[in-house]
Design a protein around this ligand. Structure first.
Ligand SMILES: NC(=O)c1ccc[n+]([C@@H]2O[C@H](COP(=O)([O-])OP(=O)(O)OC[C@H]3O[C@@H](n4cnc5c(N)ncnc54)[C@H](OP(=O)(O)O)[C@@H]3O)[C@@H](O)[C@H]2O)c1
Length: 291
């Protein structure tokens, strides 16, 4: 250690009157095929779309997954598709007073408390014109996308923090619209959750020595029931006239979600990772040909 460093350390010690803290980390080497081995993951809205793609991918990497939604028929069919690692709970995320009940039910099916929660359930009303937005539509989107997700994450983190050695992951599915102006009030709901992800991470990451992480994945326009009205790639053509030049697939989002739940992303928390190839990034030449 250089002389300057020793002096700096000694000065710091005297000034703070407490010894320097030590933080160590083990870099995780993860093996494909078992990235989530032994993990228990809850995916809200896991019966279809992005949620189903994520649940399938997590199961393929060794996790037990419990998916939720409001239609038992859909959930049953999706569990059959995912295989024996999957179970389901019929639950409406808007019933925030039942968040504890919901996580208990998931724990029963998973054979223990979930270590990871993917708050994916969401709705978009695509009102188009700003003047079309109604108080009812506004409330419907905030009730599901913000209120429902917020209180479920709160209950999940509360439970994890009660453990002797808290650990785990929260992943909130937000949207590129949180950073854009084209879809309101839907985009507002997603911007609110981006903010919550940062706030929640700051409250739990350090308190758990980095064992409990909170992140968001923010997709661009991705093929699902939600976008079926205006995003069609039935001929395999993913072209879209936007900054990134294309639509995205649920499976692409699932890969990023997998990374964020895995130990390979130990140094990532409080982040909003866009899965839109930079579509939210604006440049002065937008509208002109790219160079
Ligand atoms: N597709 C995109 O382009 C895109 C882009 C950015 C972000 N996202 C976000 O990604 C997430 C998934 O969207 P998606 O495209 O997969 O949409 P989707 O195909 O319409 O699926 C939405 C899922 O959420 C569930 N859900 C809705 N309201 C619920 C409620 N009150 N309680 C419980 N579950 C509920 C639905 O299940 P039930 O209806 O059976 O209850 C369904 O499983 C959403 O948060 C969405 O905002 C999507």
């Amino acid at each position: 250690m250089g002389v300057k460093r020793v002096i700096r350390k000694a000065a710091k010690l005297v000034l703070s009157s407490s010894p320097e803290k030590h933080v160590t980390v083990t870099v995780a080497q993860v093996a494909a095929g078992s990235l989530l081995s032994g993990r228990r993951v809850v995916v809200t809205g896991g019966g279809r779309g992005l949620g189903l793609a994520m649940a399938e991918r997590f199961a393929s990497e060794g996790a037990s997954v419990c998916i939720s939604g409001r239609s038992e028929e859909v959930l049953k069919g999706s569990c059959a598709k995912i295989g024996s690692a999957a179970s389901y709970v019929v639950a409406d995320v808007r019933e925030v007073e039942r968040a504890g009940w919901f996580l208990d039910e998931c724990a029963q099916r998973l054979g223990g408390e979930a270590d990871s929660l993917v708050a994916n359930a969401g709705v978009s009303l695509h009102e188009g014109r700003f003047s079309n937005v109604t108080p009812e539509g506004f409330d419907a989107q905030f009730d599901t996308n913000v209120r429902g997700a917020y209180f479920l994450v709160q209950e999940f983190l509360r439970r994890r923090l009660r453990m002797a050695e808290p650990s785990g992951n929260v992943l909130v599915v937000t949207s590129e619209t949180g950073e854009q102006a084209y879809d309101t009030p839907y985009g507002m709901t997603k911007a609110a959750m981006d903010s919550f992800v940062r706030a929640a991470s700051r409250r739990v990451y350090r308190a758990t020595d980095g064992a409990l992480r909170v992140n968001a994945v923010a997709p661009g326009v991705t093929l699902s029931d939600m976008t079926a009205e205006y995003a069609d790639a039935s001929d395999g053509n993913l072209y879209r006239d936007c900054a990134s030049g294309r639509l995205f697939l649920p499976e692409e989002v699932a890969e990023v979600a997998l990374f964020l739940l895995s130990d390979a992303s130990k140094c990532v928390s409080g982040e909003v990772i866009h899965t839109n190839a930079g579509n939210h990034i604006k440049a002065f030449w937008d509208g002109a040909d790219d160079e």
